[in-house]
Design a protein around this ligand. Structure first.
Ligand code: BT5
Length: 261
């Protein structure tokens, strides 16, 4: 029987920072919105806001994030010593942590799509939204995982196929175990970043990357480009090899993998 409660997440968790304090809500507009207001009033680093359901969940660029019951919708408040410019690395670290937690607790072969998407069988099961306070004194890392969400409750967009762990695994997953594993994995990677072990985090991201080596189209605020997704940079940017052989650094954008040929 699945246990998904505040106590179930925090008891004997064993982390120093992430998940030390958990605030549990049945329904919220967006856990990121509440986490951002709490970050402003100095709640401790590592505080997590969980909602069973979001009525106004957000993706990047103000896009809606569908968040029905059965999913994992949470936000982690961080106060990193890192410079703000390295905030994107925290998003990559969170994606690695989500993918590892999925692999460990369900066996599903989770892979990563730049910047922060987690895919199973080529379909998106999880997304991450990092938002920073003025001056970078706090970060809110919003994590959404379609855990026990039926496929017909997810958006149907041919360009952005979505799925849930329950659909891919064929049975409901234990969200409590998943989230506890996520907290522990995320803390290790966050410690790596804080201790300047960025390369260790990048290596783990590359190991699970779905996008690297493939032909991609990247939509950015100031236009689009096509090339081969060559690597990620030390700042978490995507490096795209263009037709003329040059490398283009992409800091923010939407990637679609083009079919070869
Ligand atoms: C993301 O944005 O992937 C970031 C999602 C972050 C959600 C978490 S939940 C807890 C916290 N509180 C919040 O309010 N947000 C965070 P992006 O890459 O922009 O993807 C958004 C797009 O994915 C949408 O435009 C849809 O096409 C699609 N989409 C919406 N809901 C989805 C879902 N549940 N699963 C998969 N795809 C979805």
């Amino acid at each position: 029987m699945e246990e998904y409660t505040r106590e179930g997440l925090t008891e004997n968790l064993g982390t120093r920072v992430i998940g030390r304090y958990v605030r549990w809500h049945d329904r919220l507009p967006s856990t990121n919105d509440l986490a951002m207001s709490l970050a402003e009033i100095q709640v401790p680093e590592g505080t997590v806001i969980v909602a069973e359901e979001q009525t106004a969940g957000r993706g990047r660029l103000g896009r809606p994030w569908v968040s029905p019951r059965g999913g994992v919708w949470l936000s982690v408040i961080l106060r990193p010593r890192l410079a703000l410019a390295r905030g994107p690395l925290v998003g990559l670290a969170a994606a690695v942590a989500v993918a590892r937690a999925i692999r460990i607790t369900t066996g599903a072969l989770a892979r990563l799509k730049w910047p922060n998407d987690v895919l199973v069988n080529g379909r998106k099961v999880a997304g991450i939204l990092v938002e920073a306070g003025p001056g970078g004194e706090w970060l809110v890392v919003g994590i959404g995982v379609n855990a026990n969400v039926p496929r017909d409750a997810l958006p149907e967009e041919p360009d952005r196929p979505a799925t849930s762990l329950m659909e891919e695994v064929g049975a409901p997953v234990d969200r409590g175990v998943l989230v506890r594993t996520l907290f522990r994995e995320f803390e290790r990677l966050y410690d790596d970043l804080q201790a300047d072990r960025t390369l260790a985090v990048l290596r783990r991201w590359r190991e699970m990357a779905d996008t690297l080596g493939r032909p991609v189209r990247v939509e950015m605020a100031r236009g689009a480009l096509e090339g081969i997704a060559a690597d990620i940079g030390e700042d978490g940017s995507l490096l795209v090899r263009l037709r003329d052989g040059s490398l283009q650094r992409v800091v923010a954008g939407d990637v679609t993998v083009r079919e070869a040929g």
